[in-house]
Design a protein around this ligand. Sequence first.
Ligand code: SF4
Ligand code: SF4
Length: 265
Amino acid sequence: MDRRFNCTACGKCCFGWLPLTLNDALSHAARFPLALVWTPVPQGTRAFSLTARLGTTIRLRNRKQIAALITPTAYLPPSFPCPELTAEDLCGIHENKPLRCRTMPFYPYREEQDQADLLVPRKGWACDTSVAAPVVYHNKGIVERTDFDLERKELLEQAPTMRAYADYVLKYMPWIIDSLGAIAQQPGGNVITSLSSFLTAIRQFDAVTLAAQQLPVLKDYAARTSGAPELLEYQRNYAGWAREMEYLARSKSPQDSAQTPDSPL
Ligand code: SF4
Ligand code: SF4
């Protein structure tokens, strides 16, 4: 079966969380407030196998197993536009936009044959799926697959790094295992951890420079979400992570860095 789709550049999908490859997240650190989003998937579900390949597997206290994606994410409230969305609803960094935006509406965190529902525009989106739009999905295969393959390749290449981070977090914050186990029973739930915890755990990146880039972004979003009760969790996270980044940015080297005791993960 053929499915048609064309982006009319309405900008409506450029709001809220934007999952990023690790490369894209770090190269846009001066632009987006970044977090790590953990998405658990129970064993026995259709998404388990790919989630385990792209993320990690975790043994719960009841001996059951879950898989979890750990996704670097531009952590924006759902009502907030991407900071690069222009007043004309166009992408301000079109030539340099993240792989996630290039691959839209396809989603390499899912199997290729399981993409059809992503081609149905959400309410308010102006995607063209009429006969005038090109065929983009044929017999459960993506017709023009360059960006999908590139994004999937990056996700697979970064998986060992994300697993090392998961090992670190679950060793020092084992309560996250219980949270993930509980959330796995409710599709759509997540656990959020900070970029500073990632930079502290994985020492191969220039944590000092990245922290200096993130600090003004986090402070800006902390100010913009201040005073809105429905954004309290975002505000607390931005403010707490900004304190962590301040500490990290002052470190002489990543090895000097560590979590501040009062900061959220
Ligand atoms: S980077 Fe561009 S395409 Fe991607 S969410 Fe932002 S404005 Fe939209
Ligand atoms: S909602 Fe659809 S038409 Fe609008 S920018 Fe996103 S992909 Fe394009």
